[in-house]
Every structure is written in structure tokens, then in C-alpha cells.
Design a binder for this molecule. Structure first.
Ligand SMILES: Cc1cc2nc3c(=O)[nH]c(=O)nc-3n(C[C@H](O)[C@H](O)[C@H](O)COP(=O)(O)O)c2cc1C
Length: 404
């Protein structure tokens, strides 16, 4: 494992324990990696022999294995993985969540930015706080503000947007492995909180494997791999390479989270089986179906989840823009069938009081839900979330699967 600090109590040496790898064979895992696993609710599935199906049935195996088993992770999402949404996903069983990407320089300099962009509560754990940036010292200053309020500080190495290109962060750092390693080593040396990285894959397998090994050696204690290149973005999102994630996981001695290409609970199981990853991360699909992790078949109705979400916003306020965006994703299928409600959610809302806005949204969603009582509407698009269906109206929009 990497040459970072010893999180096992500062003894100066690293204990090695044997646990099962993805193929069931023992792998060597250091104490700090195990501690990170414990904190994050991850587990080594090969060791337990227990499948995801049992998690779905809600069996409490925490006592037996030592840590919670639900291993579907809520991805970092700008303006979308905020506190209210994280708490909604936790209500439906997600045990590990990432904050949205936070800009390290702004976070380190501006108390207003910190207050506006980072909110958490005691129940919002385990939590990873993600930063973007390219200066080790600036990242460290930013990270110090969240030490003690999260299980790890995550470095964004996946953002493919133009803004990241201009700011030289996210996926645009991927080809600068020396700089990445300097950042990881610096954070790992000076923070008491573990450091993790979320990468995209590079053009060649060798480059990707090399990068994964190097960040681990620099002190990264948990690696998330999105199995797409930075060019696979928006309409060009395309297929996800689970095989390279499998290779990374097979070689890694730190926990690996697989990300990409998961639209349903069954696909999450398939991804776990294909990659051997310790956990599976979902972004777009969990926005549409926040109960994805629970694997309920069918999931609660989209209107039920939207009402639960509005309850969360009443407790953990956010902006109208963020709330609207969540409602459109959760209700995507049913709004296609009942477009008048789309206009209601989209209508400009002049009042400044969020509670008035939330009440209006609650009325709108309740009315929409009432249309579906007693079999009055049986359009399949209103009931999209089944465990096995390759039918997910919003997630499927760039995948040729809408309306299948
Ligand atoms: C609305 C949205 C915002 C995102 N913001 C971030 C972010 O802040 N940090 C990050 O590392 N990835 C971000 N991503 C990428 C996701 O975390 C994830 O890697 C990607 O969507 C692939 O996962 P999926 O196939 O489950 O959607 C974002 C994705 C979406 C849809």
C-alpha cells in the first residue's frame, strides 16, 4: 500500500491483514484501508460470500462482519448531491455519500462560499467531501475546514467540463500524474482525515493502471474509478469500461469504488460482479430513483420520492434552482405523460419565501400522485423503476433506452 501516514494509531508500521479479494483469494490490506472501509461502510464482498440480494432484503449483518453492508454510493454531483438529497438517499438506504465538488480556492478564501456550498449534520455520515484544484497548499487549506466533519477528503480528477479545462483541474489533471501525486502526498501527510481520489480512465490501459498505482503509492486511501474517458461526456457518454475497473481493483490494495453504466439495482449487482469493486457509485440513475440502493421492486413511486424529498428540503433548505432540478429528474417519466405539471414546476415563482415555494410544489406533486390512485393512470412511464428493467427515462436519454 501507499507510503502515506499510518492511520492505525501512529505506531510507525503497517499491520497487514488477510481479507478476501474479488476472486475470494486473500489480499493484503493495511490497517488504514480497513479503517477507511469501516468508516465508509464498505466491505470486501469476496470474503463474506454474501450477495447483494441479501442486502436488498434488509438483513442486518453489521454485527457479523463488523461494518454496514449497503455499498451503493451517492456520487459527487454539483448542485445535486447536496445535504437534502443525501439525506433522502440515506433514508432509502445509501450508507455513503459524496458532497458536490467544491472549488478549493474559493473554499479556502471565502466564508460565504463555504456557508453556501457546504452544509452537513451529524446524521450525514459517512461523508466524503470533494474538492477540485491543482495547488497542493490551496487544497490543504480548503480541506482543513472540513477535517473532522467527514471520513475522507476526495480529489476530483474526473470533471470533463470546459470550466475544468480553463481552471486546469478535474480530468485535465489526469495526464499530469506527477502533480496529482504531489497533491495526494501533501494532503495525506498534513491532514488527519484520509485522502481519496475519483478518476476517469485514460486513453490507454497502461496509462490508467499506472495512474491508479501511483496515486495509491502517494497515499490515496480509497479510489473511485469512473470507467469512461473525459471525452465520453454528455451525448457522447457511451459505454463504460468495467474491465479496466476490474484490473485496477485486482491490483489495488486500497478499496475501489466502481462508477458508470449503472441504471438499475440489477446493473449495480452486475457491475459488482464484473469489477469485484468494494462498492458501486451511482450519479444519474440515483437522481432519477433515489431508492436505487434499496433494490425494492418496484421502487416507491416517483411522486412518493418527490414528496419525501420536499420533506428533506423543509429540514435542510436549498435553493429553488436545486429543488426544481431534482423534481424534474425524479418525475421525468410521469411528467412526459402529464406535461401540464411540468409547466407548474417550471413556472417562475416570485415569492422569496422558500416555505411558500415548497408548499406550492407539495400541492403540485400531491395532485400528480392523485392521478395515479386506483389505477386511473397505468402508463408505464409513470412507474419506471423496476430492479431489472433497462428502462429509465432520464438515465436512458443518452443511451438509446428512453421509452423502450
Ligand atoms: C448533475 C451531475 C453533476 C456531477 N458533478 C460531479 C462532481 O461534482 N464531481 C464529480 O467527481 N463528478 C460529478 N459528476 C459525475 C458523476 O459523479 C459520475 O462520475 C458520472 O455521472 C458517471 O456516473 P453515472 O453513470 O452513474 O451517471 C456529476 C454528474 C452529474 C450527472
Amino acid at each position: 500500500m501507499g507510503g502515506g501516514d499510518d492511520y492505525g494509531g501512529g505506531t510507525g508500521f503497517s499491520w497487514q491483514l488477510a481479507v478476501g479479494g474479488s476472486d475470494g483469494a486473500p489480499t493484503s490490506v493495511g490497517v488504514r484501508d480497513l479503517r477507511l472501509c469501516w468508516l465508509l461502510g464498505l466491505r470486501f464482498l469476496g470474503d463474506s460470500g454474501i450477495g447483494w440480494g441479501m442486502i436488498a432484503e434488509g438483513q442486518d449483518l453489521v454485527g457479523r462482519l463488523g461494518f454496514p453492508l449497503r455499498t451503493l454510493v451517492v456520487a459527487p454531483m454539483v448542485d445535486q448531491s447536496e445535504l437534502a438529497f443525501r439525506m433522502l438517499c440515506r433514508k432509502y438506504g445509501a450508507s455513503l455519500c459524496f458532497t458536490p465538488m467544491l472549488h478549493a480556492r474559493l473554499f479556502s478564501e471565502s466564508a460565504k462560499y463555504r456557508r453556501g456550498k457546504f452544509t452537513t449534520v451529524a446524521e450525514d455520515r459517512p461523508l466524503l467531501v470533494q474538492f477540485c484544484g491543482n495547488d497542493p497548499e490551496v487544497l490543504l487549506t480548503a480541506a482543513r475546514h472540513v477535517e473532522g466533519q467527514c471520513e475522507a477528503v476526495d480529489l476530483n480528477l474526473g470533471c470533463p467540463q470546459n470550466i475544468a479545462k480553463r481552471g486546469r483541474y478535474g480530468a485535465f489533471l489526469l495526464e499530469h500524474a506527477d502533480l496529482i501525486c504531489r497533491i495526494v502526498a501533501h494532503l495525506s501527510k498534513h491532514l488527519t482525515t484520509p485522502v481519496s481520489c475519483k478518476i476517469r480512465i485514460l486513453a490507454s490501459r497502461t496509462q490508467t493502471l499506472d495512474l491508479a498505482r501511483r496515486v495509491e503509492d502517494a497515499g490515496c486511501g480509497l479510489l473511485t474509478v469512473h470507467g469512461r474517458t473525459k471525452e465520453q461526456n454528455k451525448e457522447r457518454v457511451g459505454a463504460c469500461d468495467w474491465d479496466i475497473i476490474r484490473e485496477i481493483k485486482a491490483r489495488a490494495s486500497v478499496p475501489v469504488i466502481a462508477n458508470g453504466g449503472v441504471g438499475t439495482f440489477t446493473e449495480a449487482e452486475a457491475c459488482r460482479a464484473a469489477t469485484g469493486a468494494d462498492a458501486i457509485m451511482s450519479a444519474e440513475a440515483i437522481l432519477e430513483n433515489p431508492a436505487l440502493v434499496a433494490g425494492m421492486d418496484p421502487a416507491p413511486s416517483p411522486t412518493r420520492m418527490a414528496l419525501d424529498y420536499l420533506d428533506m428540503v423543509a429540514r435542510y433548505p436549498d435553493t429553488k434552482k436545486v429543488v426544481q432540478s431534482h423534481l424534474f429528474k425524479m418525475l421525468h417519466g410521469t411528467l412526459t405523460v402529464h406535461p401540464a405539471f411540468r409547466a407548474q414546476i417550471a413556472r417562475p415563482f416570485k415569492g422569496k419565501d422558500m416555505s411558500v415555494y415548497l408548499e406550492a410544489m407539495r400541492e403540485c406533486v400531491t395532485e400528480l400522485a392523485a392521478l395515479h390512485g386506483e389505477g386511473r393512470c397505468d402508463d408505464r412511464r409513470c412507474y419506471p423503476h423496476r430492479r431489472t428493467d433497462a428502462y429509465y427515462p432520464w438515465y436512458g436519454r443518452h443511451r438509446g433506452l428512453v421509452g423502450v
